[in-house]
Design a protein around this ligand. Structure first.
Ligand code: FES
Ligand code: FES
Length: 927
């Protein structure tokens, strides 16, 4: 009998299982979670943990062939059973290897954290039924959540699993535009990808934060030394006094205001005041009530209204009126123009906190190396983490090494620090490796959210349907600390017009502090909230003018030659009109279908069709935003791409390589990725603001072109020469004459390569003046979504029947990955429109906080428009945030079309829709 020994000293009952076909025995408590035994005792970290509560399905394994959530199975229950995990899938039967390959080929794995659970659920289905229907697939994966893909590519990959397909590598110089499988995809489908909670060395200590249970509270510690002494296995308690450097961090240095540990008062529920560090068992089983801290609950500001009241206390002493920052863009004479407009609408809209709900809770580990620190953790921004950790530890940035793990979804929240300061400070003091893995509840209570918004909008148009003026103002609840509040307040005024010509314009914003969880970056930096107001107001204008809602948008669409609301004339690459026109035939057909359904049906279900447009500036707003790319020719003829842009599932590892390959004229399979690590990759900036394809991609194009130039130069040839890469040599051909560079015979540079080239690209923007006029972004992405819905008017429930999404991506570097972004964005937009709202202090888990499941997602048809950017690499623009912005307003406009009610409070939950329908009926026929 083969035995798998536990890697750590174990106590408990010896339990026997058959794991992936091998007999195994472990000594554990019979009540231990099976997921934990698999991961911690058997090292099978392909099984992921997203909630430990049966809600996410990430831990799905097969128990005697049946799919189970292993976090809810006690190890004792599994004794004597056969357990199959993702690591054993390929060996189980050829079909399951094909299933994994199908996931890879069809783009079904983005971040990959849900992929093992999805594969196991699909395997259980295919064991029973080799040719399932789409509905059967959706049922089978219904218990596994995915936050990235919108499920459509997962469903498709399962349906296609039995089909044999072969992949053909593109020829040299022809990678751009190809549907290549992601280069880092094998690890995701095999379960060998290392996320923040994986790959942690045995014996690493565990840190756990002690968090404030009130919205605002003073606190006092008891005898911490006595506490440590009384708890075997606890090595230390850390508080603000233990911060070696500054007890302060923040993503925008001038606004940095968040302490690692609160000092005398905690400003939000969930803020850390201390951390306990020790052996995992001792730390995890610690009763928090035994920790010596006493709280004094204080009156808290829990709404923007309360925070703005004249007598409100200041949450930060130096921020008058609790206003963190204001944003402003003004053009023309908005008041005068509104009085002259033929039609004016005036409306208010409100949205709530939205939780990122990535399936991977924050996790990582740190170790002290001499006078430096190394951190392996999930992050979207390694260089920003490095700067903040250096400040916290009081050491130079060069002494901090950040090694990003795979990121199991980020969507903006993993731009901010989470576990990093705790593990860094603990490892620094204790001189031992320390890990921290947030629980789901901890992740929800303490990390950033989408900003709640209160928006007022007045929009005016002429009888010809042309927009004349827009007056927009909004307050964003930025919570207790600044995070990305300044970015939201600055970006929204630039975007509140939507992608339309608005001659007279005023947009004013404020980010307002409250005693609630900090709001930060979430896919769109406030623009998705803004689009909910602006696109519904435009629908109202079109309706009052008696115009078709799509044609209203086409009439007003920006062109290459018309100025934006900041006075910028883009000159080229303005593809909004093309997006809207691409939807026209489908729009007409959908309207006709909805009208026919409504005419033929007497029941409570009414159909509606909605449309919404969007634009989104790629990169920082009027701020430097560079990426640096390094590419090296190795002596064996392979090419090293030092790709520091963190791939959080969106595909930058693949897309940036495709761009660089074509810039060099080299086959993509020659590339070796050297992924983000501040010690070995240059700074590619943060993965946010839809900037990596555009900014890092451009740097990769420049570096690739320079390396090509250097190679042909080394051969004494000009740029017109052709290059062939072979093992150990490069052949450069010019005028029919071949020059063979034998790479092993050439000296190596300081990077260990025959030739290395680096290039930096910083998008050409200009500062905005006091009225917000200038060039905030070098490139915008454009798009429009059409939503078809059925509303059950007696219940208020909405079924989204289809989303059709047209996006101008400039150049589709990898259409499969772009479609994946669009489908995933549509899923998040659907959640925003219909179901997602986080109430601090309530529902801090994934069974109360609902995100779309596979059953909620309709088909998504993507239409890719390629109106090239003159600046982007091969004309490419970003797509990450663009994809989410128009979905919610398109659905809300469809609900209005179906029912006649305008949903001004989002999400449009059944109770709110039903109440709005009843109110409208009451208005029509008051008792
Ligand atoms: S970790 Fe088991 S269902 Fe989420
Ligand atoms: S790919 Fe499914 S959660 Fe990221």
């Amino acid at each position: 009998m083969a035995t798998v020994e536990t890697p750590k000293a174990s106590t408990g009952t010896r339990l026997r299982f058959k794991i992936n076909g091998r007999d195994s025995e472990v000594a554990v408590s019979p009540v231990e979670r099976l997921s934990r035994v698999l991961r911690e005792n058997l090292g099978l970290t392909g099984t992921k943990v997203g909630c430990d509560a049966g809600d996410c399905g990430a831990c799905t394994v097969l128990l005697d062939g049946e799919p189970v959530t292993s976090c809810l199975v006690a190890a004792g229950q599994a004794e004597g059973c056969e357990v199959t995990t993702v690591e054993g899938l390929r060996a189980r039967a050829p079909l399951f290897g094909q299933l994994q390959d199908s996931f890879l080929r069809h783009g079904a794995a983005q971040c990959g954290i849900c992929t093992p659970g999805m594969l196991m659920a699909a395997t259980a289905l295919l064991e029973q039924n080799r040719t399932p229907s789409e509905d059967e697939v959706m049922d089978a994966i219904g218990g596994v959540l995915c936050r990235c893909t919108g499920y459509r590519k997962i469903i498709y990959a399962i349906l296609k699993a039995a089909e044999e397909q072969t992949d053909v590598s593109p020829a040299a110089g022809a990678a751009v535009g190809k549907r290549l499988a992601r280069l880092d995809g094998h690890r995701k489908i095999e379960g060998t990808e290392i996320f923040g909670g994986d790959g942690i060395p045995a014996g690493t200590l565990t840190a756990r934060a002690i968090r404030c249970p009130y919205n605002r509270a003073g606190f006092r510690f008891g005898n911490l030394d006595a506490f440590v002494a009384a708890h075997p296995g606890i090595h230390a308690v850390l508080t603000a006094e233990d911060i070696p450097g500054e007890n302060r961090y923040g993503v925008i240095p001038p606004f940095a205001d968040q302490p690692v540990f609160a000092e005398s008062e905690a400003r939000f529920r969930g803020e850390a005041v201390a951390a306990v560090v020790g052996e995992a068992e001792a730390v995890e089983h610690l009763d928090p009530a035994s920790f010596p801290v006493s709280w004094e609950e204080r009156p808290a500001l829990t709404s923007v209204e309360a925070a703005l009241a004249a007598d409100a206390p200041r949450i930060h002493a130096h921020r008058e009126g609790n206003v963190l920052v204001r944003g402003r863009v003004v053009r023309g004479e908005v008041e005068k123009a509104l009085t002259e407009a033929d039609v004016v609408v005036e409306e208010e809209y409100e949205t709530g906190f939205v939780e990122h709900a990535y399936i991977e809770p924050e996790a990582g580990w740190a170790r002290r190396v001499g006078d430096g620190i190394e951190i392996e953790a999930c992050t979207q921004s390694p260089y920003m983490d490095r700067a903040d950790i250096a400040r916290i530890l009081g050491i130079p940035p060069a002494a901090v090494r950040i090694i990003p793990t795979a990121v199991g979804g980020g969507f903006g929240s993993k731009l901010d620090l989470s576990v990093q300061p705790f593990i860094a400070v603990a490892a620094w003091h204790l001189g031992k490796p320390v890990r921290m893995v947030y629980t789901r509840v901890e992740s929800i209570v303490s990390t950033t959210k989408r900003h709640p918004a209160r928006m007022r909008i007045r929009a005016g148009a002429g009888r010809d349907g042309r927009l004349i003026a827009l007056d927009f103002s909004a307050d964003f609840n930025t919570g207790a600390y600044s995070s990305w509040g300044p970015t939201v307040a600055a970006r929204v005024p630039v975007h509140a017009s939507g992608p339309y010509v608005v001659p007279h314009y005023r947009a004013l914003t404020r980010a307002v502090h409250t005693n609630l969880v900090p709001a930060g970056a979430f896919r769109g930096f406030g623009v998705p909230q803004t689009a909910i107001a602006q696109e519904q107001a435009y629908d109202e204008l079109a309706n009052r003018l008696g115009m078709d809602r799509l044609e209203f948008r086409i009439v007003n669409a920006l062109t290459n030659d018309t100025p934006t609301v900041t006075g910028q004339v883009l000159g080229a690459g303005v593809g909004i009109r093309a997006c809207l026109e691409a939807l026209r035939p489908r729009w007409k057909a959908a309207l006709a279908e909805a009208a026919a359904f409504n005419a033929a049906t007497r029941g409570p279900v009414r159909r509606g069709v909605g449309i919404a447009g969007m634009w989104y500036g790629c990169g920082n707003t009027s701020l430097p935003n560079p990426s640096t790319m390094r590419v090296g020719l190795k002596a064996d003829g392979r090419i090293a791409l030092h790709q520091g842009a963190v791939d959080i599932g969106q595909g930058s590892n693949t897309i940036v390589a495709q761009i660089c390959a074509d810039a060099m004229g080299a086959p993509i399979e020659r590339f070796d990725l050297v992924s983000g690590d501040t010690a070995i990759t240059p700074d590619c900036g943060k993965t946010s603001a839809s900037r990596q394809t555009f900014v890092t991609g451009k740097a990769a194009q420049m570096a690739g072109a320079e390396l090509r130039r250097a190679i042909v130069g080394l051969a004494g040839c000009c740029d017109c020469a052709t290059i062939q890469f072979q093992d150990g040599c490069v052949t450069v051909t010019e005028g029919g004459k071949e020059h063979v560079l034998k790479l092993h015979e050439l000296p190596l540079d300081e990077h260990g390569y025959v030739l290395t080239r680096e290039a930096t690209f910083d998008p050409p923007t200009q500062p905005l003046d006091a009225d917000g006029q200038g060039i905030p972004y070098a490139v915008f992405g454009f798009g429009a979504h059409m939503a078809e819905v059925a509303v059950e008017t007696e219940l208020g429930t909405v079924k989204v029947l289809k989303i059709t999404a047209a996006h101008d991506v400039g150049r589709a570097i990898n259409p499969t990955l772009i479609e994946g972004q669009i489908e995933g964005g549509a899923a998040q937009g659907l959640g925003h429109a219909l179901m997602e709202e986080f109430f601090p202090g309530k529902g801090e888990n994934l069974h109360d906080y609902l995100i779309p499941t596979s059953g909620d997602m309709p088909p998504v048809e993507s239409i890719l428009i390629e109106d090239p950017s003159p600046i982007g690499p091969f004309g490419a623009k970003g797509i990450g945030e663009q994809a989410v912005i128009p979905t919610a307003p398109a659905i809300l406009n469809a609900i209005h079309h179906a029912t006649g009610v305008r949903m001004r409070r989002v999400p449009a939950t059944p109770d709110r829709i039903r109440a709005a329908i009843l109110a409208a009926r009451h208005e029509k026929s008051p008792a």
